[in-house]
Design a protein. Structure first.
Length: 69
């Protein structure tokens, strides 16, 4: 788990259906949004992070789900 809040451009890894995924943080999300039909309930008090794999797939995760890669 990341001790500090991730920043845009940080290389990170996270658990995915197929094992461990790797990519980079695109941005911090502080308001609700939808990614690939999934609602992301982010807020300023409960931020999530938009991450992108090398293949271009995007997802949102809480900081606690991300590890420095």
């Amino acid at each position: 788990m990341m001790a500090n809040q991730p920043k845009s451009g940080d290389r990170v890894s996270w658990k995915s259906h197929g094992g461990t995924a790797r990519g980079k943080v695109v941005k911090k999300i502080t308001s609700p949004m939808t990614i690939k039909g999934h609602k992301v309930a982010a807020s300023k008090e409960n931020p999530e992070y938009l991450v992108e794999t090398e293949e271009g797939a995007r997802a949102a995760h809480k900081a606690s789900a991300l590890s420095k890669a």
